[in-house]
Design a protein around this ligand. Structure first.
Ligand SMILES: NC(=O)c1ccc[n+]([C@@H]2O[C@H](COP(=O)([O-])OP(=O)(O)OC[C@H]3O[C@@H](n4cnc5c(N)ncnc54)[C@H](OP(=O)(O)O)[C@@H]3O)[C@@H](O)[C@H]2O)c1
Length: 275
């Protein structure tokens, strides 16, 4: 690799904490950060899965540890910060990929918003928004002490426009877009330009949570899956690997003047009017 490109995009020696690293997209993005040279702490509630992802990164020649924890629990995030700083000295990158929704906070085709449980809505907004705010406060403070660090949040197409069925998830992800801009301004103006906060808004990727919504058991498209493909100029769902380039760029010196943005990685879904 030419030196100038290496210096722009290498993450060698950086320490990254990946919440939702036990999931489909977070796990792949963690592998991508490791390939760019970062050492990774894999965070999720499932200890075994965190160990498995960390082991797969080490088997590929990278550095990774499992750091199981719940992003809704401040004390667990403080323990995570202490574990990672004890292991590697500092935290350079936080990827907030923990999130998702539940069937109870989703409006099925034969129901309306008036049938939805408010308690379920609160839980999903909390998981997506507050589950990003808590790690950003706890680990962001550690970054602020060193005047350097990069936070990348995971948003969604739901944050931009109304997608049917998921009002709670949409509200949580819209909150993430706003929090991304707010935290970017807060950290850079009070602690210096070495602190940056951006987000990636993935388009539609097959994950464990949305598989049944998008694919039939025989892997053909559901009616909703077909509508999404018809509205995606690329004509396909995303592959988790498609997120790696944008993530490495946002975390690298190549994006040193990029702050408070939400990058769509969506095959053109958000740009397309449908006509
Ligand atoms: N798939 C898509 O098309 C798509 C599109 C746009 C955005 N996204 C977003 O991308 C992210 C990853 O989604 P995915 O499709 O990869 O789903 P996934 O495989 O279900 O991953 C969700 C991750 O969130 C973690 N998580 C959930 N609650 C948590 C908690 N309280 N504390 C710690 N971790 C928690 C899960 O880990 P544990 O179960 O181990 O706790 C899991 O690692 C989510 O934020 C999702 O909203 C996905």
């Amino acid at each position: 690799m030419p030196r100038i490109i290496h210096d722009l995009f290498s993450l060698e020696g950086k320490t990254a904490v990946v919440t939702g690293g036990t999931g489909v997209l977070g796990g792949m993005m963690a592998r991508g950060l490791a390939q760019a040279g970062a050492q990774i702490a894999i965070v999720g509630r499932r200890q075994e899965k965190a160990e498995e992802v960390a082991a797969s990164i080490r088997a590929a020649g990278g550095k990774a540890i499992a750091a199981p924890g719940d992003v809704m629990d401040t004390a667990q995030m403080e323990a995570l910060r202490d574990q990672v700083t004890a292991e590697w000295g500092k935290i350079d990158i936080l990827l907030n990929a923990a999130g998702g929704t539940t069937p109870e906070a989703t409006v099925p085709a034969d129901k309306t918003i008036f049938d939805m449980s408010l308690e379920a809505m609160r839980h999903v907004i909390d998981l997506n928004l507050i589950g990003t705010v808590i790690p950003s406060m706890v680990l962001g403070e550690a970054m602020a002490q060193h005047k350097t660090g990069c936070i990348v949040n995971i948003s969604s197409m739901n944050a931009q426009r109304a997608l049917t069925r998921s009002p709670a998830y949409s509200a949580g992800k819209a909150g993430i877009d706003n929090f991304t801009r707010w935290m970017a301004v807060e950290l850079a103006s009070k602690f210096g330009e070495g602190l940056r906060v951006n987000a990636i808004a993935p388009g539609f990727f097959i994950g464990d949570q949305n598989r049944a919504l998008l694919l039939n058991p025989d892997n053909t498209l559901t009616a909703r899956g077909q509508k999404i493909i018809d509205h995606t100029p690329a004509g396909r769902f995303g592959n988790p690997e498609d997120l790696i380039g944008a993530l490495i760029w946002l975390c690298s010196p190549g994006a040193r003047f990029v702050n408070g943005t939400v990058i769509m990685v969506d095959g053109g879904f958000n740009a397309f009017s449908g006509i």
